[in-house]
Design a protein around this ligand. Structure first.
Ligand code: ADP
Ligand code: MG
Length: 343
C-alpha cells in the first residue's frame, strides 16, 4: 500500500476526536502527529510543547511499537509467535505488564477478550489490503489455536511461551491503551498540566484545559460519515476509548465485516451493538474494556464494566438506542436527536 493510502485509511480509523478538530478550527501549532503503532498518533501539549519533550514522547511510542507490533519482524511479540510450541522467549517488562493485563481481562470475560486471537485475526485480515472471509475449516482451525490459558509467563526468567505451535498473540485491542498511559506518565514527570493524547482514537484527556475546564471529546455517529459526532463527553484526567463496527472493517460481496472477532464462533461479533465507549482512569483499562464489553454484548459487558473501579460505559445500538452507566451519562451530552438516550 502506498504511504498516502495508509495515512488516509488510518486517518479514518478513529472514532473519538477532540471537538476542536471536528469543528474544523485550525489545530494549534503545538500538536504533533506520527504514524506509530499502526495508526496516527497525535499529541497536543498546548503551551507545554517543546521539540525535546515531543521527541521523548514519540520515541517512547516507537519503543512500545518495537516490542508489541505483530507486523514488524523482530518485535518481542513476533518472536513469541514464531517460537510458539518451540521455546520461551525473553521479553521486556513493558510486554510483561501488557500481557498481565490482557490475561486478566481474558479471565474476567471468560475468553471473549483473548490476546491469543492472532490466528483468527490473521485469517480474516480485516484492515489489511487483502481481507477475506475464511473457509469454515480455517475458522475451526484458528479457533482451536485460541486459548489465553496456553500463555505461559515465567516471571523469574522474564520469558513468555505459547504452548502450541500455530498460536499467535495479537495485542491490537490493548497496546495503544498501555502506550497512552506511558505517555501520560512522562507528562506527569514533566509537570505538564493539560494535554490531549490521541493514539488513533484511543484518547487520554490529560489534566484539565485552561482555567480548569474539562475537555470536550466528540463521539462518532457510527451510522454517519467519519467526523460526524452524535454527542460530546466533557471529561478531565480520564481516558476515553471506543470500539465500534466502523473502526476497521471490510466490505466483501456486499456484506460488512468488522474487526472485533468472536472467540466462540470465529466471526465478527454481531450483537446489536454499533459501538462501546469506555471512560476510565487508565487507558489500558479503557482500551481492553471497550473491546471486551463489545465482545460480551450489552448485559454482560455492562456488568463487567460496573465491576471495575472508576470505569464507565456508553453503549450505542443499531436501533439508535444509547444506554450507559450513570457515571457515563452524567458526563455526556447527546446532540443528534435521531438517537435516544435510555437511562
Ligand atoms: P481499535 O484497534 O480500532 O482501537 P479495539 O481496541 O477494539 O479497536 O481492538 C480491535 C483489535 O483487537 C482487532 O483489530 C484485533 O487485532 C484484536 N481483536 C479482535 N477480536 C478480539 C478479541 N475477541 N479479543 C482480543 N482482541 C481482539
Ligand atoms: Mg480495545
Amino acid at each position: 500500500m502506498k504511504a498516502y493510502t495508509v495515512i488516509k485509511s488510518l486517518l479514518t480509523s478513529c472514532g473519538l476526536f477532540p471537538v476542536c478538530l471536528l469543528l474544523a478550527c485550525t489545530e494549534p501549532p503545538q500538536a504533533q502527529a506520527e504514524l506509530v503503532l499502526g495508526t496516527i498518533c497525535r499529541i497536543n501539549l498546548y503551551e507545554y510543547g517543546s521539540p525535546q519533550l515531543y521527541g521523548t514522547l514519540f520515541s517512547r511510542l516507537r519503543e512500545i511499537e518495537m516490542t508489541m507490533s505483530i507486523t514488524m519482524a523482530d518485535t518481542a511479540v513476533a518472536k513469541i509467535n514464531q517460537n510458539a510450541g518451540i521455546r520461551p522467549v525473553p521479553v521486556p517488562l513493558d510486554l510483561m505488564e501488557v500481557l498481565d493485563q490482557a490475561l486478566a481481562y481474558a479471565a474476567l470475560s471468560e475468553g471473549a477478550f483473548d490476546p491469543t486471537v492472532g490466528p483468527l485475526v490473521q485469517r480474516w485480515a480485516i484492515g489489511s489490503e487483502h481481507p477475506r472471509v475464511p473457509e469454515a475449516a480455517e475458522i475451526e482451525e484458528a479457533l482451536s489455536l485460541i486459548n489465553w490459558q496456553d500463555v505461559v509467563i515465567d516471571r523469574d526468567a522474564a520469558t513468555v511461551f505459547l504452548r502450541r505451535s500455530g498460536m499467535a498473540l495479537d495485542l491490537g485491542a490493548i497496546a495503544k491503551g498501555y502506550a497512552a498511559d506511558e505517555i501520560a506518565k512522562i507528562l506527569q514527570r514533566a509537570r505538564v498540566t493539560g494535554a490531549i493524547i490521541d493514539l488513533g482514537g484511543n484518547i487520554v484527556a490529560y489534566g484539565a484545559k485552561q482555567r480548569g475546564l474539562p475537555w470536550s471529546i466528540g463521539i462518532q455517529n457510527p451510522l454517519d460519515s467519519r467526523g460526524t459526532y452524535l454527542g460530546i463527553f466533557a471529561i478531565q484526567h480520564k481516558s476515553i476509548v471506543t470500539s465500534g463496527v466502523y473502526e476497521r472493517y471490510a466490505e466483501i460481496e456486499g456484506k460488512r465485516y468488522h474487526h472485533i472477532l468472536s472467540t466462540q464462533d470465529g466471526y465478527p461479533v454481531y450483537n446489536g451493538l454499533l459501538s462501546v465507549t469506555i471512560i476510565a482512569d487508565r487507558s489500558i483499562d479503557a482500551d481492553a474494556l471497550s473491546t471486551t464489553a463489545f465482545a460480551l454484548g450489552y448485559e454482560k459487558g455492562r456488568a463487567l464494566v460496573e465491576s471495575v473501579d472508576h470505569a464507565e460505559a456508553l453503549f450505542i445500538f443499531e436501533d439508535k438506542r444509547i444506554q450507559g452507566t450513570p457515571g457515563a451519562l452524567a458526563q455526556f451530552t447527546l446532540r443528534d436527536t435521531q438517537f435516544r438516550l435510555i437511562p
